[in-house]
Design a protein around this ligand. Structure first.
Ligand SMILES: Cc1cc2nc3c(=O)[nH]c(=O)nc-3n(C[C@H](O)[C@H](O)[C@H](O)COP(=O)(O)OP(=O)(O)OC[C@H]3O[C@@H](n4cnc5c(N)ncnc54)[C@H](O)[C@@H]3O)c2cc1C
Length: 511
């Protein structure tokens, strides 16, 4: 073997990224002889405290950890999530859902949406939502598990994720990680010791003078980027030209309004507002561009648009869209906010942590730290960021809104190359391209391109093989099957009760 296996891992930071890494890595490598995983965090510094909405990939992380779903939902006060509802993004008064799962039914060997496009031309004017069981159930406040073993059921087209309390999630993971042997160290890192020759990190020093030595360091220190940024000086690639939002203000409110299993994103004059309904409260936040609106106005706008009563001080956050040029440098791997930030419009940050953990496990080093593997890790992680960036930019770029300086800037921005190609192909022929194994599927791209009002000039020629009447009939049938399936699903509240994963009524924060 080239080098000894890495046995001493030090995780700097105990936010979502740190505890996900601790729980995931101790689960996978737990049986490794001589392995030690230490996590250092500082209660005085605290965590970013937001990050409540996820995407379906989290299910595989939960499976890896052998998490009992009902226990997980109850303990993190989670709700189910079937997609994101985008309100006022195309124009005020308009809304659509980016659903988890797929639309309709493929026919004649080609994707469903080509028949939908043909239907638009021949009289079936319904938008995409009623063809998606996730969108339709989400809007109706219903939830049931997917029936993947029954391909004839509309529920086989469903996928789901969770919305949970970020601090409860970190605490949940911490319990598991500690039970799997991870040792937590409390204290502020005040100094980082590097090898004089190689620059590799050898130890971090806490304010009480204690040293924590390691062979591999995971930088989970949040926006401070203590190791990869401050110590190793890896430059930050700034994407704020494409994603100008650079501030957020977050506030929880009491339960009120719809109980839909959907995250809601409502466009605002200089950004957008999230609404994440949990079992005990609603999480809210306003993501905005400071070049276009001031902090006070942004906060007032948020507070004026809550369903319930706010019950904490607004939490103000600053960020820059982009990422470290390298996520892995020497013996430091950055996870979470230490490595980069993409605004939470599509709830991707927790997934990025998860996929980097999986990649790190695939490329788990020896003390020789092979350069090729490190390069490959960095290339794949960067590509994932680029793919997500392009998908986010689509939401801003394809809009009819021109009611503020912010929206005029976004709609007139030349798109990044990858997005420009996807847009041109969809506009020309209705084809939806998915690059390599990128995170967002054809369904996701279609939902946002169609939802943001892009109208293709054509569709797959095979779709024209069905005559108009048959096309209309089949489309109506699919809508009816979806609606019927939704009518038989329980409401999310009933589902939580049935599963025993509902929290006690006394834990709900109500006005
Ligand atoms: C406005 C906003 C909304 C978001 N919404 C979502 C969402 O809906 N879905 C989603 O997936 N993601 C979301 N995210 C991202 C998500 O919150 C983060 O990706 C996730 O919480 C990971 O954060 P972290 O662990 O990297 O950093 P943090 O939570 O900031 O944790 C950093 C840790 O490092 C420690 N630390 C720092 N410096 C030191 C030091 N010197 N010594 C010791 N310890 C130190 C801190 O104490 C803390 O424990 C959102 C982010 C923002 C900003």
């Amino acid at each position: 073997m080239n080098g000894e296996p890495v046995r001493k891992i030090v995780i700097v930071g105990g936010g979502t990224a740190g505890w996900m890494a601790a729980a995931g890595i101790s689960k996978i490598l737990g049986g490794f002889p001589g392995l030690s995983i230490q996590l250092v965090e500082s209660e005085a510094i605290g965590t970013v405290g937001v990050g409540e909405a996820t995407i379906p990939q989290i299910l595989s992380f939960n499976n890896l950890l052998e998490i009992d779903e009902n226990e997980f939902v109850r303990e993190t006060h989670a709700t189910y999530k079937l997609g994101i509802e985008f309100v006022d993004w195309l124009r005020p008064g308009h809304s659509y859902v980016h659903p988890f799962g797929t639309y309709g039914l493929d026919m004649l060997g080609i994707e469903f949406h080509h028949f939908w496009l043909r239907g638009l031309e021949t009289g079936a004017q319904e938008p995409l939502d009623p063809y998606s069981i996730a969108a339709a159930a989400g809007k109706a406040g219903k939830f049931y598990w997917p029936q993947l073993n029954n391909p004839r059921s509309p529920l086989s087209k469903l996928s789901y994720a969770f919305q949970f309390d970020a601090s409860r999630y970190a605490a949940f993971l911490r319990r598991r990680a500690e039970a799997q042997g991870v040792v937590r160290r409390e204290g502020r890192v005040v100094q980082v010791h590097q090898n004089g020759k190689t620059g590799f990190v050898e130890a971090v020093e806490l304010e009480d003078g204690s040293r924590i030595e390691g062979e591999l360091f995971l930088d989970c220190s949040g926006f401070r980027s203590l190791l990869i940024g401050q110590t190793l000086g890896v430059p930050f690639e700034d994407w704020s030209k494409w994603l100008p939002c650079d501030r957020a203000v977050a506030v929880p409110c009491t339960l009120a309004g719809d109980r839909e299993p959907l995250t809601r994103s409502t466009a605002r004059p200089a950004g957008w507002q999230w609404r994440i309904p949990l079992q005990h409260r609603i999480g809210n936040g306003h993501v905005y561009s400071s070049a276009h609106i001031g902090e006070d106005e942004a906060t007032d706008l948020l507070l004026a648009n809550l369903d319930g009563e706010p019950f904490a001080q607004p939490n103000h956050l600053r960020f820059t869209a982009g990422h470290r040029e390298r996520f892995w440098e020497k013996n430091v791997v950055a996870l979470g906010l230490a490595g980069g930030f993409l605004e939470p419009l599509e709830s991707t940050a927790i997934h990025l942590v998860q996929s980097s953990i999986a990649r790190l496990m695939a490329f788990f080093p020896t003390t020789a730290f092979g350069e090729q593997e490190v390069r490959r890790f960095n290339r794949e992680t960067t590509r994932e960021y680029v793919d997500i960036r392009d998908f986010l930019v689509l939401h801003y770029k394809a809009t009819e809104r021109d009611d503020s300086e912010f929206w005029r800037y976004c709609r007139n921005l030349p798109p990044p190359d990858g997005l420009a190609e996807k847009l041109a192909i969809y506009e020309g022929s209705g084809r939806v391209l998915r690059e390599h194994e990128e995170l967002f599927t054809e369904t996701s791209w279609l939902s946002v391109m169609a939802g943001q009002g892009i109208k293709p000039k054509g569709y797959h020629p095979v779709a024209a093989m069905l005559d108009e009447e048959e096309t209309t009939r089949r489309l109506a049938h699919i809508r009816q099957v979806v609606a019927q399936a939704v009518s038989q699903m329980p409401t999310q509240d009933d589902f939580l009760q049935q599963q025993g994963s509902a929290i006690a009524a006394s834990e709900r924060v109500t006005a």
